[in-house]
Design a protein around this ligand. Structure first.
Ligand code: SF4
Length: 190
């Protein structure tokens, strides 16, 4: 392959969201995006995922490089330590809710939530189309991908807004995956 032609990793982000419209079960693929960065940090002792592969970062560059409204860094209060901490806590709480709610649905303690939510709380006013019918599966198996898709959708929308207004990869300054990767690398070096 011609080395000057970069592989279009952004395709994976687009595919993730498009496949979810066919069937939300495809959202299980989102786990690959959550786990692979840390596997690479463990293997390489650096942010290989962020520096080379992250489909979302490639998408932000594709859409906004040379086209963002201001092309300036975002204000410090949006990208500083406090903002980073807020998004890290959001990510951890969201992930915990995702796992715990799936277990609760599995043991019959709560109803499955089969809708898409922005920032965990705000239900979208429309349902995902689901062009392909799901096979007959336990409720918790269906509940979980709705939560994964909601989580990925929320952070992608925020990243798109930030990239559109400020520098294309502004989201990377507060992305929880990047923050945890930095913490893991510092831990490895100490
Ligand atoms: S910081 Fe987040 S969005 Fe940016 S490259 Fe890393 S994983 Fe991707």
């Amino acid at each position: 392959m011609n080395k000057n032609i970069a592989f279009p990793y952004y395709i994976f982000t687009i595919l993730f969201f498009v496949l979810g419209l066919f069937n939300l079960l495809f959202a299980y693929l989102g786990f690959a995006c959550m786990i692979t960065p840390f596997v690479l940090v463990y293997r390489d002792r650096k942010k290989t995922w962020c520096q080379r592969y992250c489909p979302r970062a490639h998408l932000f560059n594709l859409l906004f490089k040379g086209r963002s409204l201001t092309n300036r860094p975002a204000p410090k209060f949006m990208t500083g330590d406090k903002a980073r901490l807020v998004f890290l806590i959001y990510f951890l709480v969201n992930f915990a809710v995702l796992i715990i709610s799936t277990i609760m649905v599995g043991i019959g303690q709560v109803e499955a939530i089969n809708d898409l939510r922005f920032l965990m709380a705000f239900r979208l006013p429309f349902a995902a189309p689901q062009i392909l019918a799901s096979p007959d599966l336990p409720d918790f198996v269906i509940h979980m991908p709705y939560r994964i898709y909601s989580m990925m959708m929320t952070t992608t929308v925020i990243g798109l807004l930030l990239g559109w207004i400020y520098k294309p990869r502004t989201w990377c300054t507060i992305c929880p995956v990047g923050t945890i990767s930095n913490m893991a690398i510092n831990q490895q070096r100490s």
